[in-house]
Design a protein around this ligand. Structure first.
Ligand SMILES: [Mg+2]
Length: 352
């Protein structure tokens, strides 16, 4: 199996950066987005000036004001962040379809099979960062590596507005020297216990007995052992861009009977939808089937049924149901659609 090429893109102090972009008066102040001072809120994000005072994410706002009395705290505009996040994802999608968003401002991209920029993940990551800066006036940092967890770690190396690349032949050296607290998911409590056992770096973990690791640290022990040996078999979990798939046909001459409608569904619409569904979801994972009818007076009606298995019989009963609304009118359009299951493991890539 060839090496994977994973990019982790992480926006720099995202919420605060959007505020600084949209309101120039925030540019040169210590700025934080978060819950208000009087309510027992916490800091969600802050800019780099605020970080100089020790302000950081998840810090209670009262504490933040003690550290930085001049801090400007704004409540945040979630709707704006969401729409900027959509724009960022649109930029990602120019380079690969295999995108796993971790949050509004962070995502893994698998560009193993991308042919853009001669297949260079490094150049693709640079292009993405440039697009984001040029089009959205915001900066992002990126990490490139053959393993997911290393890509995430690398995106932090040259933050803000930086890129770091871990090539396949650098992987083992980087891992060996890696302090365990750098590994995503290793928290404060765990790190203390690891230190007590004499474990500080991945090299220490490699030298430790596997059975002792399992006994003392359970699943985290196993996960650390794997990562320390350069194993990260987690695939990129693709979020659906498409929520539904549908086909419809407008008739050159209106039709009116159940039999005529059924023939169109059975011989044309259903097989066509089947084909398109297969493309959008190889496992045909759906949550709903729907039918749409437009009558000769241009009135339109729809019916939706929950169902997990794409099936023709369901459409038959839905057609019967929808035609009870016909009231003597002819039919000028018929359509079928399905709602896709929101999230699916589209592709499990394995290193081993
Ligand atoms: Mg970020």
């Amino acid at each position: 199996m060839s090496e994977r090429k994973i990019i982790h893109v992480d926006m720099d102090c995202f919420f605060a950066a959007v505020e600084m972009r949209d309101f120039p008066e925030y540019k040169d102040v210590a700025l934080a987005v978060g819950g208000s001072e009087k309510q027992r809120g916490v800091i969600s994000t802050c800019n780099y000036r605020a970080r100089e005072f020790g302000v950081r994410s998840a810090l209670p706002t009262t504490k933040a004001f003690q550290l930085c009395p001049s801090l400007v705290l704004v409540p945040g505009r979630m709707d704006v962040y969401k729409s900027v996040s959509k724009q960022i994802r649109e930029i990602f999608s120019r380079y690969t379809a295999i995108i796993e968003p971790l949050s509004l401002d962070e995502a893994y991209l698998d560009v193993t099979e991308s042919t853009m920029h001669h297949g260079s993940a490094t150049l693709i990551a640079q292009a993405i960062r440039q697009d984001i800066e040029r089009e959205l006036n915001l900066t992002a940092s990126a990490g490139v590596a053959p393993l997911k967890f290393l890509a995430k770690i690398a995106s932090d190396f040259n933050k803000p507005n930086g890129l770091a690349v871990i090539t396949p032949d650098q992987v083992q050296t980087v891992i060996d020297q890696l302090p365990l607290e750098k590994i995503p998911g290793v928290g404060k409590v765990s790190i203390e216990r690891l230190h007590q056992a004499g474990l500080y770096t991945c090299l220490d973990v490699q030298k430790y007995h596997y059975s002792d690791l399992l006994r003392q640290f359970g699943r985290m022990g196993e996960s650390l052992w794997k990562k320390s040996h350069g194993i990260d078999e987690r695939g990129i979990v693709v979020e659906r861009n498409r929520k539904s798939v549908g086909v419809e046909r407008t008739f050159s001459e209106n039709i009116s009977s159940f039999e005529q409608c059924w023939r169109v569904i059975e011989t044309f619409l259903f097989p066509e939808l089947d084909k398109r569904l297969l493309k959008a979801s190889p496992t045909k994972s759906i949550v709903k089937q729907g039918i749409k009818v437009k009558f000769s007076d241009f009135q339109q009606t729809t019916i939706e049924h929950s169902c997990q298995h794409f099936n023709l019989a369901e459409f038959k009963s839905m057609l019967q149901e929808v035609l009870t609304r016909q009231q003597g009118r002819e039919i000028r359009l018929l359509g079928l659609n399905v709602m896709l299951k929101p999230l699916e493991l589209d592709r499990q890539l394995s290193l081993i």
